[in-house]
Design a protein around this ligand. Structure first.
Ligand SMILES: Nc1ncnc2c1ncn2[C@@H]1O[C@H](COP(=O)(O)OP(=O)(O)OP(=O)(O)O)[C@@H](O)[C@H]1O
Ligand SMILES: [Ca+2]
Length: 676
């Protein structure tokens, strides 16, 4: 028995069930779902059930399935280079050349010093093992700054571990740093910005909007025939299911929209005497493209009736009759039509998801092979479903904004619902554009070029619209785009994005599989943390350019600070080494002392470098080790390291001079430079 969004566990044959779209993209790369029926009964392991349920007979399992065979032949392919890697290649070459130049000079100077000493001693013809060792040591000193690649990998790995602690599972290591340069985030609404716990709170039925508090108040003024039709619609035209558990409680399965409707239906049903027996002859399941679902019922006398429900304004367009106050079918005239449109806007403006439910008598002429017609329906009612915004979303959006990241919302919902939620989250501002998917599709390239930067909300979008927007942002505008999502309809966009983030609990398998990072606890603010982590890689890198590997290692373990987010993201084109970095590099090169410099390097823009220093044990540990090492080398390893013990006053002088580096670093940080 397969249920929605589940993976088919083995190869097998379809036995019974209703139209069952299967996504075989994991096997064939084809993203359009294929419908499995009695004529086309093959179910393959590893593919995803997108809707409905069925019974299947298992034919093969494990490595014998098509999927298993594919896995066996699969060999690792090379990955695309990430933006950081591309930039690193460039930077590494320059640094390499500069480094080589200085390495040669350092080596030459050291060797020349050795020669002069030996000349003075008159022993330049006699070379001992000690001298060879000295040469080797000079060489080591000269090539010391080559820890760069090690440090980068380390820092990414540390970032990944850090993110794991924050409940973000990184599926691709490279994603750790791509996120740091994200300039755009496209959020899906339902399930990402909102909690996806839906409840039906209002309904327009029999001529007025009623609040749903209890069945009895809702009931009293509505004719029984209308309630009967409503209940018939809810329980037959559904992708969900009401099941009795072993403990004799009822449990509702299905998507949140379906559950909300079924819950409401159960409440009404308690009062309803008995629903007439009827048989389902055809189901057209909901999909994000059509945004509606329909079923055909065979009634007692052999007549057929179809029930349809879905996106309010689309369904309203297919209705030409409506059930009035007394439960009679009356024509839907223009006045009433406009009134209903206003009702939809009214409900949507309250951030409610609106759905229309309608039916049509088909007489006794219906063949289950026919398509369900989509016109001439009778409207039963319009429902308003509440889906509260996740806690912390507004704050997270604000943080992203201040970090210079453009935040957008792409949703399949009604434009007014989308706008209301977007305002609540602080995504939609006065100068932003909200557009509907069908409008967006019609735009020419030039128009798109003009409006895309201003689009803050895209409503009624199909999965392909989401994908198209992301693609345009990435190619035409050269932005680094992050996408968050939970549903199957987000999968194409998640896949297209530079970094795809999927919700771990509420997210569907298909979404998770297309994502780079999975937010395990569905906590929205984790997305900000994810955006935070990779900047440490950059921070660490500049340190490494002027310092040794050990220091870099210490900094690599520094947790990202919230202030990091306030820095503008690097982007695809932005200079890798910003002016700020150059300033610090220059300043510090002129006057530096390793230990103090390590402390100074913790923050590139802040004067207060000590903030949180005691919390980073690894940093403190490495620092202490460096100091102890230094003392040991100077005091006790005189003959080996060519140093002599210092007097107390000499020590004091050294530390003071060294420490001076810190105020100097602080002073350098005061020099104003542009933000890039
Ligand atoms: N089970 C359903 N049956 C009929 N219509 C539905 C059903 N679920 C959703 N809808 C309608 O389809 C619209 C949403 O479609 P879609 O699946 O593209 O978006 P979503 O994933 O729910 O939202 P988002 O893109 O914000 O996550 C809703 O506004 C609603 O009117
Ligand atoms: Ca969604």
């Amino acid at each position: 028995m397969r249920r929605e969004k589940e993976e088919v566990p083995a190869d097998g044959l379809f036995v019974s069930g209703f139209s069952l779209p299967i996504n075989e993209s994991s096997l064939t790369g084809e993203s359009d779902p294929k419908t499995v029926t009695a004529e086309n009964p093959f179910l393959l392991s590893g593919t995803k059930v997108q809707n409905g349920s069925c019974k299947m007979v298992v034919t093969t399992v494990g490595m014998r399935t098509q999927w298993g065979k594919l896995m066996a032949t699969l060999s690792e392919g090379g990955d695309d280079e990430t933006p950081l890697q591309v930039k690193l290649n460039g930077v590494a070459t320059i640094i390499g050349k500069i480094g080589l130049f200085f390495a040669v000079i350092t080596f030459a100077v050291l060797v020349q010093g050795l020669f002069i000493r030996k000349m003075q001693e008159g022993s330049h013809w006699i070379w001992s093992g000690d001298d060879a060792l000295a040469m080797l040591e000079y060489f080591a000193i000269a090539v010391m700054p080559e820890g760069l690649p090690l440090a980068v990998t380390l820092s990414l790995a540390f970032a990944m571990k850090k993110m794991m602690n924050d409940r973000a599972l990184v599926r691709h290591l490279a994603a750790c740093e791509t996120m740091g340069s994200a300039t755009n985030i496209c959020h899906d609404k339902t399930g990402t910005l909102t909690t996806n716990h839906m409840t039906l709170v209002k309904a327009w039925i029999c001529g007025e909007i009623r609040e749903v508090k209890s069945a009895s108040t809702f009931y009293s003024t509505i004719p029984d025939s209308v309630i009967g039709m409503f209940v018939e619609s809810i329980f037959n035209n559904t992708g969900g299911e009401v099941v009795k558990t072993e403990k004799n409680t009822t449990e509702i399965l299905g998507t949140p929209t379906e559950t909300a409707l079924l819950e409401f239906g159960l409440m009404l049903k308690e009062k309803q005497a008995k629903t007439k027996a009827s048989k389902l002859v055809k189901v057209e399941p909901f999909n994000s493209e059509k945004k509606r679902m329909a079923v055909v019922l065979e009634l007692e006398g052999g007549c057929f009736r179809t029930h349809c429900k879905g996106a309010s304004e689309i369904i309203l367009g297919a209705c030409d009759k409506v059930l009035n106050r007394t439960g009679e079918v009356v024509p839907l005239d223009e006045e009433l039509n406009n009134h209903l449109k206003d009702v939809i806007v009214l409900l949507a403006n309250e951030a409610l998801r609106t759905l229309c439910l309608c039916y049509k008598e088909l007489g006794n002429e219906f063949n289950s092979k026919d398509l369900i017609p989509f016109e001439g329906y009778t409207l039963i009612g319009i429902v308003g479903i509440k889906d509260p915004v996740r806690p912390g979303v507004k704050e997270s959006v604000a943080i992203c904004r201040s970090a210079g990241i453009t935040v957008r919302m792409v949703t399949g919902d009604n434009i007014n619902t989308a706008k209301a939620i977007a305002r609540e989250c602080g995504i939609l501002t006065d100068d932003g554009i909200a557009i509907e998917g069908p409008d967006f599709r019609e735009k020419t390239e030039e128009e798109l070029f003009k409006i895309i930067p201003k689009i803050q909300v895209m409503a009624r979008s199909s999965p392909m619209d989401k994908h198209t927007l992301v693609k345009h942002l990435r190619t035409t505008f050269d932005e680094v785009v992050a996408v968050t999502g939970d549903g199957t309809n987000d999968a194409p966009a998640l896949h297209e994005a530079d970094i795809g983030l999927a919700m771990g609990i509420a997210g569907t398998e298909v979404a998770k599989e297309s994502a780079d990072v999975i937010i395990l606890d569905d906590n929205f603010s984790t997305i900000v943390t994810v955006a935070n982590a990779p900047l440490t890689a950059v921070q660490l890198l500049w340190v490494n350019m002027i310092m040794d590997t050990l220091g870099a290692l210490a900094l690599a373990t520094e947790p990202p600070t919230d202030e990091l987010m306030e820095r503008t993201p690097v982007g695809r084109k932005g200079n890798f080494i910003t002016n700020v970095m150059w300033r610090n590099i220059m300043g510090q090169s002129i006057y530096q002392f390793v230990v103090f410099n390590e402390i100074s390097s913790r923050e590139m823009e802040k004067i207060d470098v000590f903030k949180g220093i005691l919390k980073n044990y690894v940093f403190m540990c490495v620092l202490t080790c460096t100091v102890i090492f230094q003392i040991i080398i100077i005091e006790f390893l005189g003959t080996f390291a060519n140093t002599s013990p210092l007097t107390l006053s000499q020590w004091f002088a050294c530390v003071t001079i060294g420490f001076l580096g810190m105020p100097i670093a602080a002073a350098v940080k005061m020099i104003p430079v542009g933000s890039r």
